[in-house]
Design a protein around this ligand. Structure first.
Ligand code: ADP
Length: 356
Protein backbone atom coordinates (compact mmCIF):
# COMPACT_ATOMS: atom_id res chain seq x y z
CA UNK A 1 0.00 0.00 0.00
CA UNK A 2 1.29 3.45 -0.92
CA UNK A 3 1.40 6.02 1.81
CA UNK A 4 1.07 9.78 1.55
CA UNK A 5 4.75 10.38 2.27
CA UNK A 6 5.80 8.38 -0.78
CA UNK A 7 3.49 10.52 -2.90
CA UNK A 8 4.86 13.69 -1.33
CA UNK A 9 8.39 12.55 -2.09
CA UNK A 10 7.45 11.95 -5.75
CA UNK A 11 5.96 15.42 -6.16
CA UNK A 12 7.57 17.79 -3.69
CA UNK A 13 10.39 18.89 -5.97
CA UNK A 14 8.13 20.05 -8.79
CA UNK A 15 8.53 23.82 -8.96
CA UNK A 16 5.63 26.22 -8.55
CA UNK A 17 5.63 28.22 -11.83
CA UNK A 18 4.87 31.48 -10.02
CA UNK A 19 7.51 31.45 -7.29
CA UNK A 20 10.02 28.95 -8.63
CA UNK A 21 9.90 27.19 -5.26
CA UNK A 22 9.28 23.46 -4.74
CA UNK A 23 5.57 22.67 -4.26
CA UNK A 24 6.46 20.66 -1.16
CA UNK A 25 7.64 23.84 0.57
CA UNK A 26 4.67 26.00 -0.26
CA UNK A 27 1.68 23.97 0.95
CA UNK A 28 0.49 23.47 -2.61
CA UNK A 29 0.15 19.70 -2.43
CA UNK A 30 -3.38 19.94 -1.11
CA UNK A 31 -4.95 16.54 -0.99
CA UNK A 32 -3.56 13.08 -1.47
CA UNK A 33 -5.81 10.03 -1.56
CA UNK A 34 -4.14 6.64 -1.77
CA UNK A 35 -5.92 3.36 -2.49
CA UNK A 36 -4.51 0.06 -3.71
CA UNK A 37 -5.82 0.56 -7.24
CA UNK A 38 -5.96 4.37 -7.55
CA UNK A 39 -4.23 7.48 -6.46
CA UNK A 40 -5.55 11.00 -6.63
CA UNK A 41 -3.76 14.23 -5.89
CA UNK A 42 -4.92 17.86 -5.82
CA UNK A 43 -2.28 20.49 -6.55
CA UNK A 44 -3.02 24.12 -5.70
CA UNK A 45 -1.84 26.67 -8.27
CA UNK A 46 -2.50 30.40 -8.46
CA UNK A 47 -4.31 32.21 -11.25
CA UNK A 48 -0.96 33.74 -12.27
CA UNK A 49 0.10 30.25 -13.37
CA UNK A 50 -3.16 29.51 -15.18
CA UNK A 51 -1.52 29.22 -18.65
CA UNK A 52 0.84 26.60 -17.18
CA UNK A 53 -1.65 24.54 -15.15
CA UNK A 54 -1.69 21.75 -17.73
CA UNK A 55 2.10 21.56 -17.78
CA UNK A 56 2.23 21.02 -14.02
CA UNK A 57 -0.58 18.48 -14.21
CA UNK A 58 1.28 16.55 -16.87
CA UNK A 59 4.58 16.72 -15.01
CA UNK A 60 2.95 15.47 -11.80
CA UNK A 61 1.11 12.66 -13.61
CA UNK A 62 4.33 11.47 -15.25
CA UNK A 63 6.22 11.48 -11.95
CA UNK A 64 3.46 9.50 -10.24
CA UNK A 65 3.26 6.98 -13.10
CA UNK A 66 7.01 6.47 -12.83
CA UNK A 67 7.02 6.16 -9.06
CA UNK A 68 3.93 3.90 -8.84
CA UNK A 69 3.75 1.80 -12.01
CA UNK A 70 1.61 -0.74 -10.17
CA UNK A 71 -1.28 1.72 -9.71
CA UNK A 72 -3.62 1.59 -12.71
CA UNK A 73 -5.50 4.81 -12.04
CA UNK A 74 -3.64 8.03 -11.34
CA UNK A 75 -5.50 11.30 -11.22
CA UNK A 76 -4.05 14.79 -10.78
CA UNK A 77 -6.37 17.72 -10.31
CA UNK A 78 -5.43 21.41 -10.25
CA UNK A 79 -7.30 23.43 -7.62
CA UNK A 80 -7.13 27.18 -6.86
CA UNK A 81 -4.40 28.39 -4.53
CA UNK A 82 -4.51 31.92 -3.14
CA UNK A 83 -1.41 33.97 -2.51
CA UNK A 84 -1.11 37.63 -1.55
CA UNK A 85 0.41 39.60 -4.42
CA UNK A 86 3.23 41.77 -3.09
CA UNK A 87 3.54 45.46 -3.90
CA UNK A 88 5.90 46.27 -6.73
CA UNK A 89 8.58 48.91 -6.40
CA UNK A 90 7.70 52.26 -4.85
CA UNK A 91 4.37 52.67 -6.63
CA UNK A 92 2.30 50.28 -4.52
CA UNK A 93 0.95 48.44 -7.56
CA UNK A 94 -0.08 44.93 -6.55
CA UNK A 95 0.80 42.94 -9.60
CA UNK A 96 2.94 39.87 -10.03
CA UNK A 97 4.24 40.45 -13.56
CA UNK A 98 4.40 43.69 -15.51
CA UNK A 99 5.03 43.21 -19.21
CA UNK A 100 5.83 46.02 -21.65
CA UNK A 101 4.88 45.46 -25.28
CA UNK A 102 7.06 47.55 -27.57
CA UNK A 103 8.14 47.94 -31.17
CA UNK A 104 10.69 49.85 -33.16
CA UNK A 105 8.04 51.77 -35.09
CA UNK A 106 4.29 52.29 -35.37
CA UNK A 107 1.88 50.30 -37.49
CA UNK A 108 3.34 46.84 -36.90
CA UNK A 109 0.41 45.78 -34.70
CA UNK A 110 1.99 46.40 -31.31
CA UNK A 111 -1.28 47.58 -29.74
CA UNK A 112 -3.19 44.72 -31.33
CA UNK A 113 -0.69 42.22 -29.93
CA UNK A 114 -0.70 43.89 -26.47
CA UNK A 115 -4.52 43.86 -26.36
CA UNK A 116 -4.79 40.30 -27.68
CA UNK A 117 -2.17 39.10 -25.22
CA UNK A 118 -4.12 40.66 -22.34
CA UNK A 119 -7.39 39.06 -23.49
CA UNK A 120 -5.73 35.69 -24.02
CA UNK A 121 -4.18 35.60 -20.53
CA UNK A 122 -7.56 36.62 -19.13
CA UNK A 123 -9.31 33.87 -21.08
CA UNK A 124 -6.87 31.36 -19.56
CA UNK A 125 -7.92 32.45 -16.06
CA UNK A 126 -5.40 35.16 -15.08
CA UNK A 127 -6.27 38.53 -13.54
CA UNK A 128 -5.11 41.02 -16.15
CA UNK A 129 -4.98 44.80 -16.53
CA UNK A 130 -4.19 46.71 -19.72
CA UNK A 131 -2.39 50.03 -19.62
CA UNK A 132 -2.07 52.06 -22.78
CA UNK A 133 1.04 54.18 -22.44
CA UNK A 134 1.32 54.92 -26.15
CA UNK A 135 1.08 58.66 -25.65
CA UNK A 136 1.67 59.44 -29.31
CA UNK A 137 -1.10 57.22 -30.68
CA UNK A 138 -3.23 55.61 -27.99
CA UNK A 139 -5.20 52.97 -29.88
CA UNK A 140 -6.35 50.65 -27.08
CA UNK A 141 -9.68 52.54 -26.67
CA UNK A 142 -10.36 52.03 -30.39
CA UNK A 143 -9.21 48.41 -30.54
CA UNK A 144 -11.25 47.38 -27.49
CA UNK A 145 -14.27 49.57 -28.20
CA UNK A 146 -13.88 51.37 -24.87
CA UNK A 147 -14.97 54.98 -24.57
CA UNK A 148 -15.22 57.27 -21.59
CA UNK A 149 -13.36 59.53 -19.25
CA UNK A 150 -11.27 58.45 -16.30
CA UNK A 151 -12.86 59.33 -12.94
CA UNK A 152 -11.27 59.65 -9.56
CA UNK A 153 -12.78 57.98 -6.53
CA UNK A 154 -11.20 58.10 -3.06
CA UNK A 155 -8.15 59.69 -4.63
CA UNK A 156 -7.70 56.83 -7.10
CA UNK A 157 -8.15 56.79 -10.89
CA UNK A 158 -10.88 54.28 -11.74
CA UNK A 159 -9.95 52.22 -14.81
CA UNK A 160 -12.64 51.65 -17.42
CA UNK A 161 -13.84 48.05 -17.43
CA UNK A 162 -14.15 46.20 -20.74
CA UNK A 163 -15.12 42.52 -20.78
CA UNK A 164 -14.19 42.38 -17.11
CA UNK A 165 -10.70 43.79 -17.72
CA UNK A 166 -9.52 47.08 -16.22
CA UNK A 167 -8.12 49.41 -18.88
CA UNK A 168 -6.39 52.76 -18.53
CA UNK A 169 -5.34 54.81 -21.55
CA UNK A 170 -3.96 58.21 -22.29
CA UNK A 171 -6.79 58.19 -24.84
CA UNK A 172 -9.33 58.41 -21.99
CA UNK A 173 -7.77 61.72 -20.94
CA UNK A 174 -7.39 63.48 -24.26
CA UNK A 175 -10.14 63.96 -26.88
CA UNK A 176 -9.34 61.71 -29.86
CA UNK A 177 -8.96 64.60 -32.32
CA UNK A 178 -6.64 66.68 -30.16
CA UNK A 179 -2.88 66.63 -30.20
CA UNK A 180 -0.86 67.09 -27.08
CA UNK A 181 2.77 67.97 -26.97
CA UNK A 182 4.23 65.76 -24.30
CA UNK A 183 7.24 67.02 -22.48
CA UNK A 184 9.47 64.64 -20.52
CA UNK A 185 8.14 65.50 -17.02
CA UNK A 186 4.51 65.24 -18.19
CA UNK A 187 5.14 61.80 -19.62
CA UNK A 188 6.80 60.74 -16.42
CA UNK A 189 3.95 61.97 -14.26
CA UNK A 190 1.23 60.43 -16.47
CA UNK A 191 2.90 57.01 -16.36
CA UNK A 192 3.53 57.32 -12.62
CA UNK A 193 -0.14 58.15 -11.99
CA UNK A 194 -1.30 55.26 -14.11
CA UNK A 195 0.76 52.89 -12.01
CA UNK A 196 0.59 54.47 -8.56
CA UNK A 197 -2.78 56.23 -8.40
CA UNK A 198 -5.00 53.78 -10.24
CA UNK A 199 -7.38 51.32 -8.58
CA UNK A 200 -6.08 48.31 -10.49
CA UNK A 201 -6.90 45.87 -7.70
CA UNK A 202 -4.76 42.76 -7.43
CA UNK A 203 -3.36 41.66 -10.78
CA UNK A 204 -1.41 38.70 -12.07
CA UNK A 205 -0.32 40.51 -15.24
CA UNK A 206 -0.31 44.17 -16.23
CA UNK A 207 0.24 44.52 -19.97
CA UNK A 208 1.62 47.90 -20.99
CA UNK A 209 1.27 49.09 -24.57
CA UNK A 210 4.40 51.21 -25.01
CA UNK A 211 4.92 54.05 -27.46
CA UNK A 212 7.00 52.88 -30.41
CA UNK A 213 10.67 53.67 -30.73
CA UNK A 214 11.70 56.06 -28.04
CA UNK A 215 13.02 55.03 -24.67
CA UNK A 216 11.52 57.78 -22.44
CA UNK A 217 8.65 55.74 -21.08
CA UNK A 218 10.69 52.58 -20.83
CA UNK A 219 13.19 54.48 -18.73
CA UNK A 220 10.47 55.90 -16.48
CA UNK A 221 8.94 52.46 -16.01
CA UNK A 222 12.24 50.82 -15.20
CA UNK A 223 12.84 53.45 -12.52
CA UNK A 224 9.41 52.98 -10.97
CA UNK A 225 9.14 49.23 -10.67
CA UNK A 226 10.76 45.95 -11.64
CA UNK A 227 9.34 44.79 -14.96
CA UNK A 228 9.17 41.09 -15.75
CA UNK A 229 10.15 41.96 -19.26
CA UNK A 230 9.40 43.32 -22.69
CA UNK A 231 7.75 41.70 -25.68
CA UNK A 232 8.99 43.18 -28.97
CA UNK A 233 6.56 43.11 -31.90
CA UNK A 234 7.73 43.36 -35.49
CA UNK A 235 6.68 42.46 -39.01
CA UNK A 236 8.81 40.16 -41.16
CA UNK A 237 10.21 42.56 -43.77
CA UNK A 238 13.76 43.80 -43.51
CA UNK A 239 13.06 47.48 -42.82
CA UNK A 240 10.81 46.54 -39.90
CA UNK A 241 13.36 44.13 -38.51
CA UNK A 242 15.98 46.87 -38.44
CA UNK A 243 13.67 48.90 -36.23
CA UNK A 244 13.06 45.91 -34.00
CA UNK A 245 16.81 45.63 -33.46
CA UNK A 246 16.73 49.22 -32.15
CA UNK A 247 13.80 48.42 -29.85
CA UNK A 248 15.72 45.47 -28.42
CA UNK A 249 18.77 47.67 -27.86
CA UNK A 250 16.58 50.29 -26.16
CA UNK A 251 15.06 47.81 -23.70
CA UNK A 252 18.49 46.40 -22.98
CA UNK A 253 19.83 49.89 -22.32
CA UNK A 254 17.20 50.59 -19.67
CA UNK A 255 17.76 47.09 -18.25
CA UNK A 256 14.31 45.70 -18.98
CA UNK A 257 14.77 42.00 -19.76
CA UNK A 258 13.41 40.87 -23.13
CA UNK A 259 10.76 38.13 -22.86
CA UNK A 260 10.87 37.56 -26.60
CA UNK A 261 9.87 38.60 -30.11
CA UNK A 262 6.51 38.26 -31.87
CA UNK A 263 6.24 38.29 -35.65
CA UNK A 264 2.96 39.95 -36.60
CA UNK A 265 1.40 40.10 -40.07
CA UNK A 266 3.36 36.97 -40.86
CA UNK A 267 1.71 35.72 -44.04
CA UNK A 268 -1.72 36.69 -45.36
CA UNK A 269 -4.40 34.08 -44.84
CA UNK A 270 -6.70 34.43 -47.85
CA UNK A 271 -10.32 33.79 -46.86
CA UNK A 272 -11.24 32.72 -50.44
CA UNK A 273 -8.80 29.91 -51.03
CA UNK A 274 -7.33 29.48 -47.51
CA UNK A 275 -3.87 29.86 -49.02
CA UNK A 276 -1.14 31.75 -47.29
CA UNK A 277 0.69 34.58 -49.09
CA UNK A 278 3.84 35.95 -47.48
CA UNK A 279 3.22 39.61 -48.33
CA UNK A 280 5.87 40.93 -45.97
CA UNK A 281 7.95 37.77 -46.12
CA UNK A 282 8.03 35.44 -43.16
CA UNK A 283 10.43 34.01 -40.65
CA UNK A 284 12.54 37.19 -40.40
CA UNK A 285 11.72 37.74 -36.75
CA UNK A 286 12.53 34.14 -35.89
CA UNK A 287 15.95 34.64 -37.46
CA UNK A 288 16.40 37.93 -35.65
CA UNK A 289 15.49 36.25 -32.37
CA UNK A 290 18.07 33.58 -33.03
CA UNK A 291 20.77 36.11 -33.93
CA UNK A 292 20.04 38.26 -30.87
CA UNK A 293 19.72 35.17 -28.65
CA UNK A 294 16.20 36.11 -27.65
CA UNK A 295 13.24 33.73 -27.43
CA UNK A 296 10.89 33.67 -30.41
CA UNK A 297 7.38 33.72 -28.95
CA UNK A 298 5.37 33.03 -32.09
CA UNK A 299 3.77 34.61 -35.11
CA UNK A 300 0.33 35.93 -36.05
CA UNK A 301 -0.93 35.94 -39.65
CA UNK A 302 -2.41 39.04 -41.25
CA UNK A 303 -6.13 38.51 -41.77
CA UNK A 304 -8.98 40.65 -43.00
CA UNK A 305 -11.03 39.81 -39.94
CA UNK A 306 -8.32 40.99 -37.52
CA UNK A 307 -8.13 44.33 -39.27
CA UNK A 308 -11.92 44.62 -39.31
CA UNK A 309 -12.19 43.84 -35.62
CA UNK A 310 -9.55 46.47 -34.90
CA UNK A 311 -11.67 49.03 -36.74
CA UNK A 312 -14.88 47.88 -35.06
CA UNK A 313 -13.43 47.83 -31.57
CA UNK A 314 -13.93 44.10 -31.10
CA UNK A 315 -10.34 42.87 -30.87
CA UNK A 316 -11.44 40.52 -28.07
CA UNK A 317 -13.31 38.45 -30.70
CA UNK A 318 -9.96 37.40 -32.17
CA UNK A 319 -9.75 35.06 -29.20
CA UNK A 320 -12.80 33.16 -30.45
CA UNK A 321 -11.69 33.04 -34.09
CA UNK A 322 -10.15 29.63 -34.87
CA UNK A 323 -7.98 31.07 -37.66
CA UNK A 324 -6.06 33.41 -35.32
CA UNK A 325 -6.81 32.45 -31.69
CA UNK A 326 -4.36 29.51 -31.57
CA UNK A 327 -1.53 31.83 -32.67
CA UNK A 328 -2.37 34.41 -29.99
CA UNK A 329 -2.87 31.79 -27.28
CA UNK A 330 0.47 30.22 -28.11
CA UNK A 331 2.18 33.58 -27.64
CA UNK A 332 0.39 34.14 -24.29
CA UNK A 333 1.45 30.67 -23.18
CA UNK A 334 5.05 31.36 -24.23
CA UNK A 335 5.08 34.65 -22.32
CA UNK A 336 3.90 32.88 -19.14
CA UNK A 337 6.39 30.06 -19.74
CA UNK A 338 9.34 32.43 -20.21
CA UNK A 339 8.45 34.41 -17.11
CA UNK A 340 8.22 31.19 -15.09
CA UNK A 341 11.62 30.17 -16.48
CA UNK A 342 13.08 33.52 -15.40
CA UNK A 343 11.69 33.14 -11.88
CA UNK A 344 13.01 29.61 -11.66
CA UNK A 345 16.53 30.66 -12.55
CA UNK A 346 16.39 33.53 -10.02
CA UNK A 347 13.98 32.28 -7.34
CA UNK A 348 12.13 34.84 -5.26
CA UNK A 349 13.16 35.44 -1.68
CA UNK A 350 12.09 32.43 0.41
CA UNK A 351 9.41 34.28 2.31
CA UNK A 352 7.00 36.45 0.34
CA UNK A 353 6.18 39.72 2.10
CA UNK A 354 2.84 39.65 3.89
CA UNK A 355 0.94 42.87 3.42
CA UNK A 356 -1.30 44.42 6.00
P1 ADP B 1 0.80 49.73 -33.70
O1 ADP B 1 0.37 49.68 -32.27
O2 ADP B 1 2.08 49.00 -33.95
O3 ADP B 1 0.83 51.12 -34.28
P2 ADP B 1 -1.83 48.62 -34.29
O4 ADP B 1 -1.96 47.49 -33.35
O5 ADP B 1 -2.55 49.89 -33.99
O6 ADP B 1 -0.28 48.93 -34.57
O7 ADP B 1 -2.23 48.06 -35.72
C1 ADP B 1 -2.18 48.84 -36.89
C2 ADP B 1 -3.29 48.37 -37.82
O8 ADP B 1 -3.04 47.05 -38.27
C3 ADP B 1 -4.66 48.33 -37.15
O9 ADP B 1 -5.61 48.71 -38.11
C4 ADP B 1 -4.85 46.85 -36.79
O10 ADP B 1 -6.21 46.47 -36.74
C5 ADP B 1 -4.13 46.19 -37.93
N1 ADP B 1 -3.54 44.88 -37.59
C6 ADP B 1 -2.64 44.62 -36.61
N2 ADP B 1 -2.29 43.32 -36.62
C7 ADP B 1 -3.00 42.74 -37.63
C8 ADP B 1 -3.08 41.43 -38.16
N3 ADP B 1 -2.34 40.43 -37.67
N4 ADP B 1 -3.94 41.22 -39.20
C9 ADP B 1 -4.67 42.23 -39.72
N5 ADP B 1 -4.63 43.47 -39.27
C10 ADP B 1 -3.80 43.75 -38.25
Amino acid sequence: MIDQNQVLTALEKILDPETGRPLGQTQQLKQIDCHSDRLSVAIGLTSHSAPLHNDVKQQATERLQQAFPQVPQIQVEIVPHQRVVPQLGQVGLRCRSVIAVGSGKGGVGKSTVATSLAYSLKKMGCRVGLMDADVYGPSVPQLTGTAGQLRQEDGKIQPLMQDGMPIVSIGFMVPADQAIIWRGPMLHSAVTQFLRDTAWGELDYLIIDMPPGTGDIALTLSQLLPLSGAVVVCTPQKVALLDAVKAIAMFRKVKIPIVGIVENMSGFLCPDNHKRYDIFGSGGARQLAEDAEIPFLGDIPITLSMRERGDEGTTQENLEDPTVAPFIDKIAYQVARRIADQVRSAPATPQLPVLG
